[in-house]
Ligand binder design. Sequence first.
Ligand code: ASP
Length: 351
Amino acid sequence: MHKRISINTALPGKAKSRVMIIYTGGTFGMTYDATGVLIPFDFSLILQQLPALRNLFLDITVISFDQPIDSSNIQPAHWKMIGEIIFENYQEQDGFVVLHGTDTMSFTASALSFMLPGLAKPVIFTGAQLPISEPRSDARENLITSLEIASARENGQPLVPEVCIYFDYELLRGNRSKKVESMHFDAFRSENFPSLAKAGVKIDYNLSAIRKPDKGSLRLLTTFCSDVSVLKLFPGIESRTVEAILQTVGLKALILETYGSGNAPSAPWFIDTLTKAIKKGILILNISQCPGGMVVQGKYETSKFLAEIGVISGGDMTLEAAVTKLMLLLGEFEMDQVKRKINLPVAGELS
Ligand code: ASP
């Protein structure tokens, strides 16, 4: 179902490490066809595009999605495929690089961080703002450095045993990252957590920020429940809008994107609508619209009532982490457990 391509860039028996590239699609792998239209390129030709791969002395295996996709089409079923590829090849590989479109990369990286408890090897997501076939493409640097990071070890141990995004000379924790830019090369940012590494002449690792691996062996969780929704508040939002979303058939959880440190309008209709939904059993999670800082329910009058009616604080989680964590928890656990687990850190996503 997936294509498997082997690219051994090392002399026989001399590979420094084994790294698996999982190619899912995105701008990274685009090339122009004879008519000038961008189409996914044949990954077996990667050495032509990127001869410098040979100098890494790695044993690289590429698993390519049969049909590479634009990441705007990514679904939980694709997260499951990526998780299964990592899980099935975990023992033989020293690390993984996932090539993915930038649009939803932070969602997929967050999802994977929750799906793989016990992860003790690097899973580095990267992509590009310009196709690899473009002379000024950022694809080459992003891939080469991601491969270096995925294979980096100290005293025999992987240096970065967690799910990350490497992009434009910076390594970020996947579930702390956010796409913030669609034109410039610095597409991702992590407001609430420091970079895990910066790549210059050498790669400078921020060792104290890198997560220690979980105890126990790797597990794979793949059951997602999509009965979640997100409501971004704005001044003037109508009661019928809030009611309609909370009356969605089958809705189990709503992420309320609030202002500042978790504040919301204190109009009686708003409090009432949320209270009724919570009484019906819908989980409401408070995530701020601000990329930096955190939700502190009760700091202002305009958030005190949220805590009182049972809205759960999402702390400093990104929206991407909150959505994927909720979907996985709802798929894997009963509601009372989901309510207990949602604001406890599981993969470094929460301070
Ligand atoms: N639309 C593309 C995607 O996310 C953009 C990119 O790859 O940067 O697949």
